[in-house]
Design a protein around this ligand. Sequence first.
Ligand code: ZN
Length: 391
Amino acid sequence: MLKATKIRLYPRAEQAAFLNRQFGAVRFAYNTGLRIISHRYKRHGQSLSAKGDIKKLLPVAKKSRQYGWLKEADSVALAQACLHLDQAFQRFFDPKQKAGYPRFKSKRGKQSSYHCMSVKVGEDWIKVAKLGPIKAKVHRPIDGKLKSITLSRTVTGKHYASLLYETEQVAPPPLMDVDVAKVVGLDMGLSHLAIDSAGRKIANPRFLKKAQKNLKRKQQGLSRKSKGSAKGAKARLRLAKAHERVAHARNDFQHKLSRQIVDDNQAVVVETLKVKNMMKNAKLAKHIGDASWHALTEKLEYKAKEQGKPLVKIEPWFPSSKTCPLCQHKMDSMALNERDWTCPSCGTHHDRDINAALNIKHQGILKLKAEGLSVSAHRGSRKSGMSPVAA
Ligand SMILES: [Zn+2]
């Protein structure tokens, strides 16, 4: 099983300077590749590939006088920058993702660099090629084979290493028999972070809301400062730090919440939301950014996988909040601000959100059954590798 973990790094001044050059080289490879591809297309109508044509230019550039300094950088990291650029173009060309045209990486944004050759982790250090051990805060030993390290520097100047390693630990056999009472449908919404099919409404915690208010104040503080001034730079750093605190708090809360949901249930059903479409509405966008459903779904997904429990994703065009869970009557339209409604067919009054979670659960159960799982009203059992397979 592949596992990921993130640790804080404390590079010495000269190590930080080395990393700076490394990040710069990765950024240069990405941005130059993007510039060449855009130019070729505009001027000559030619489509170049980042992972093919651009990657091939790297050894040429390293031999040149002008770009010879690229030799100092980790060559795998530079190749990876081309791959990242290629992925950005793939997202752009994929009609389902609706991603914008790839953008240049800024010197001021988050920096990162991928390393997979001669990487090591010790008790309180990590090591990547061309650089001595960097002091690190390793919380628990890496119990497996280290595959790669992605180094990063945040806008506020903190260094991290994201480690990917392979453990001996095998994933538990998938649940084949699920108790219907232990299937939870989650409706991730605007009024609450999530509402489950049992009727539990999960709001964002108060400390997060407070941090967000603070963020808004810092944002306004920055907009009053003139661009390029020392005061402006200070305000920008304060804002980045406030962003960082909100992200930490949210991450922490989502980890605890997803742990609880996965531990308490045998299957989790979520809706893949049309976030991209909704982002067009600026007022909704803030809420969506705050709630960050995507991040929560990701955490649910890997925690469920670790326990052999299915996570079911329901297509977003399924009218989950517009269908009556009792008689399956579908409403033609419903405004986003209509919080409750009465079914014209059977006369039942519904809370829009709980109703949606119930329908999501219902659809998830249908999907689980279609995949061959047994979903019934009894305790779930695990398929055991030792027992004979039933014919
Ligand atoms: Zn009805």
